[in-house]
Design a protein around this ligand. Structure first.
Ligand code: ATP
Length: 440
């Protein structure tokens, strides 16, 4: 994890937020390469769950919602974590994150390892929602929350979506957006933060078809991570035990990734029954039903919810891409991103930076490719170093312009993974790279 964190900072994937002011703890900014990578993660998700399916539509809701939403959803009353104080080091922890001992009442502090007796320091329930006030007057009526999940925006738009799209069951709605939780113990880089991004789906089904769709979504989402580069041995499905389930949920499974700090949740897939629509019906007074024309009656759909984190998926893809290889006597660090995820597809590099003709030709080539693929141009070091830099950020192909290129109008294209080189005519380069990026 240390190696990946330092690479992320050195090469512009992830920076600490507000760094020049000493940073804001556990808050991160995505740099030039990180923002491209994260955008690719979101686009691939959107493509697979919205654009490649007839039964799905997208939505993009406001972060601020009517405060009643959070009463109906249960977040005001029960979106809490158990908080304990360590009397020794004065840090605060989530009770369920402390290290267990043989005695169920005694836990070890995660920071100073001293014993915490839960009979003396009983956990207090701490609400994770971030409060804010809306408007010029700060009073009870102006209080709302930064949404702790994107899902509620989908539930409260259920009728709007039915009216405007005329979708028939089963159908789903997908949304990507920021969510905020005042986590007691954030940490492990971008894995657990107080501001993060979610990719959530609410899939509405006939009540007796819930189990079929629950299974189908687990499989679909598991395969998505494999398709874009997570190794099978680092991914698993963990069904929740009965005592882990929310009272309304029929079933829930986590897709977990083997992070350097242990197996942890990437995404949860829950069978939520009709809880959410029922709650909003009760609190809003609006009937949240669907007219089933086959059975000629109104029904309340049940819901399957695949809910993942953009930041956690991005981190897992980064970790799984990290490779160190021995090449001759040197160690080559390479991020082996899938073609779709790589932030830069092609780098254009002149062999000699002090030969204006070479530099000019390389820049012309770069300009010709710009707009076709995400590219970069670099002439700030010797070629060996330029290759190492591009390997380290996962660039798929390096195009090198050398002295010979001026005469034969050909360039060398080097493949990131095999390091094999092809000599390609400049006039054919765009087509050559398009084929490479499409195939395999
Ligand atoms: P955890 O048990 O790790 O706190 P959760 O079960 O509360 O997570 P959900 O409420 O199911 O998480 O949220 C759906 C997804 O949103 C998670 O699978 C995760 O990818 C992401 N997520 C949740 N909380 C955070 C956070 N604090 N930082 C980053 N991502 C998060």
């Amino acid at each position: 994890m240390d190696k990946i964190s330092s690479l992320c900072k050195r090469r512009g994937f992830i920076f600490q937020s507000s760094e020049i002011y000493g940073g804001l703890a556990n808050t991160w900014d995505y740099g030039p390469l990180g923002s491209e990578l994260k955008r690719n993660v979101k686009n691939l998700w959107w493509r697979s769950v919205v654009q490649e399916r007839m039964d799905m539509v997208g939505l993009d809701c406001a972060i601020l919602m009517h405060p009643q939403v959070w009463k109906a959803s249960g977040h005001v009353d029960s979106f809490t974590d158990p908080l304990v104080d360590c009397k020794e080091c004065k840090n605060r922890f989530r009770a369920d994150h402390l290290t267990s001992t043989d005695d169920p009442d005694i836990k070890l502090c995660s920071s100073c390892k001293s014993k915490i007796d839960l009979r003396l320091s009983a956990p207090r329930m701490f609400n994770l929602m971030m409060k804010t006030s809306v408007g010029a007057v700060e009073d009870a009526g102006s209080i709302t929350y930064l949404r702790p999940e994107t899902a509620q925006g989908i539930f409260v738009n259920f009728l709007n979506i039915l009216d405007t799209t005329r979708k028939k069951l089963p159908f789903g709605v997908a949304q990507i957006g920021k969510a905020f939780r005042n986590e007691i113990t954030p940490g492990n880089s971008t894995f657990r933060t107080r501001e993060f991004e979610q990719m959530e789906i609410e899939y509405f089904v006939k009540p007796d078809e819930d189990e079929k769709w629950y299974k189908s979504w687990i499989e679909e989402r598991f395969n998505w991570y494999l398709k874009y580069g997570i190794k099978k041995e680092n991914l698993r499905i963990r069904p929740h035990q009965k005592d882990e389930l929310a009272h309304y949920a029929k079933a829930c499974s986590d897709i977990e990734y083997n992070f350097p700090f242990g197996w942890s949740e990437l995404e949860g897939i829950a069978n939520r029954g009709d809880f959410d629509l029922r709650q909003h019906e009760q609190f809003s007074g609006k009937e949240m039903l669907y007219f089933d024309s086959q059975e000629n009656k109104k029904i309340r759909p049940h819901i399957i919810e695949p809910s993942g984190g953009v930041d956690r998926a991005t981190l897992a893809f980064l970790i799984d891409a990290y490779h160190e290889e021995k090449v001759k006597d040197e160690t080559r660090v390479v991020l082996k991103f899938s073609k779709e995820l790589a932030p830069i597809k092609v780098a254009i590099l002149p062999l000699l930076k002090n030969r204006p003709q070479l530099v000019g030709m390389a820049k012309d080539i770069a300009e010709g490719l710009m707009g076709e693929f995400p590219i970069c141009y670099d002439d700030t070091a010797a070629i060996g170093k330029l290759y190492r830099r591009q390997d380290e950020v996962g660039t798929l192909y390096c195009v090198t312009v050398d002295v010979q290129s001026l005469e034969d109008q050909k360039v060398t294209v080097r493949d990131r993974d095999t390091m094999l080189q092809d000599r390609v005519e400049v006039s054919r380069l765009k087509e050559y790279l398009s084929d490479k990026l499409k195939s395999e």
